[in-house]
Design a protein around this ligand. Structure first.
Ligand SMILES: Cc1ncc(COP(=O)(O)O)c(C=O)c1O
Length: 397
């Protein structure tokens, strides 16, 4: 009999992780994984990068590196982030093992068991798991098409219990797909100003916008650099190079950096040097910019194929918005509908998605479905969406 810690005893495996094993079955059409398309990875570019590395760089790639990151990558990544208007010189950058580790470190830095943290509801499942693992009380606030509910946020900040931080995913939200409007971002800034509640800004998908007119909308809070608001910014190579590299980053104020670096020493000492060397060259030779442009075009095509299939097949009572970037479409079913029942019906006919309650910090609200178009070829989207919509009709009428 093992005596596990209270923290891990309370963790539950997410539906997503369990579903991932089904997604490997080639006969099942999967809209469940929030991952890049295999056919899109920059294999040739990375082959060329590795083959052209000097012997000393190859040796460095196999070696341990400094905890905050491989120094050449810290430099090239700063250039990449500077182009987004991020204040890289007034803050500190740490390379992390995926941006999930950046979120994990920030949670460790700020949260004691029983502390309150504000998130959106729905919320990225990785963050929910991290926060629960530190014993946080998650106050998930509803969002609309423009972002987090402002009155809800005001209310939550007026509570006698002061939350440790606010966590937002403002650009092509996972799972809701939405992008914050500029006015909503300003309203969030106005509320946070002077409150000493840091904002953790998770920008995993901001580069993947489909419309140039949205460039102002994906300008990070951190780049707006609002006076009186501390922003801890996280980003990732996962969606703009490959999640297998396991590389992300955080750009944070000096005081946070000191704590975060100490935590990272205990987690893994350093992120993989091997992939940091590759990522560094990928930025330095400019391939990252042309690759991201290509991704925007390809993901838009896949998104539009899904939009078309949904328009043709979804019953009127399902609410959703057309994606403007990122990987996801979020379907709202009538109150009381149970997406787990729809899932059971849909998998029998060969298509899967992720159920809504996965992204509810309380694990309850289940009248939603997350569809991901990012790793599903267009023919499969056309074939799979009618399976999902038939299952919705069968269960919801
Ligand atoms: C919103 C969001 N943040 C962070 C991550 C973590 O990504 P990674 O750890 O691969 O950088 C993901 C991954 O799906 C995500 O959707």
């Amino acid at each position: 009999m093992f005596r596990f810690s209270k923290m891990t005893d309370e963790l539950r495996s997410s539906d997503i992780r369990n579903l991932m094993s089904l997604a490997i079955n080639p006969d099942i059409i999967s809209f469940s994984g929030g991952m890049p398309g295999n056919d899109l990875f920059p294999l040739k570019e990375v082959d060329a990068i590795y083959n052209n590395l000097s012997e000393s760089k190859k040796q460095a790639a196999f070696q341990y590196g400094p905890t905050p990151g491989y120094p050449p990558l810290l430099e090239s990544l700063k250039e990449f982030l500077r182009k987004k208007g991020l204040p890289v010189d007034e803050n500190q950058l740490i390379i992390t093992t995926g941006s999930l580790q950046a979120i994990n470190i920030l949670a460790k830095v700020f949260v004691d068991p029983g502390d309150e943290v504000i998130t959106e509801n729905p919320c990225f499942i990785g963050t929910i798991s991290v926060l629960k693992s530190y014993g946080a009380n998650i106050n998930g606030l509803a969002i609309d098409n423009e972002g987090i509910g402002i009155d809800l946020l005001k209310g939550a900040l007026n509570n006698p219990v002061k939350p440790k931080f606010l966590y937002l995913t403002p650009y092509f939200h996972n799972p809701a797909g939405i992008v914050y409007s500029e006015s909503r971002k300003q309203a969030v800034i106005d509320i946070l100003k002077g409150k000493e509640i840091p904002l953790i800004e998770d920008d995993a998908y901001g580069d993947l916008y489909f419309y140039n007119e949205d460039i102002p909308r994906v300008k990070p809070f951190k780049a707006i650099n609002p006076q009186g608001v501390n922003v801890c910014y996280t980003g990732s190579f996962s969606k703009i190079l490959g999640p297998g590299l396991r590389l992300g980053w955080m750009l944070v104020p000096e005081e946070v950096y000191v704590q975060a670096e100490l935590c990272k020493q205990a987690f893994d000492a350093c992120s993989p040097t091997f992939t940091q060397v590759i990522a560094d060259e990928f930025i330095r030779n400019g391939a990252i910019y042309s690759y991201i442009s290509r991704l925007r075009i390809e993901y838009k095509k896949q998104a539009m194929a899904m939009v078309k299939a949904l328009k043709e097949n979804l019953p009127d009572y399902v609410q959703w918005t057309e994606p403007r970037g990122g990987f996801y479409i979020w379907l709202k079913l009538p109150e009381g509908a149970d997406s787990s029942e729809i899932f059971k019906e849909s998998i029998k006919k060969g298509a899967i998605f992720v159920t809504g309650k996965t992204f509810d910090p309380a694990g309850k609200r289940n009248n939603f479905i997350r569809l991901s178009y990012s790793s599903t070829p267009i023919e499969k989207i056309q074939k799979g969406i009618p399976i999902v919509t038939d299952a919705i009709r069968k269960i919801c009428g």
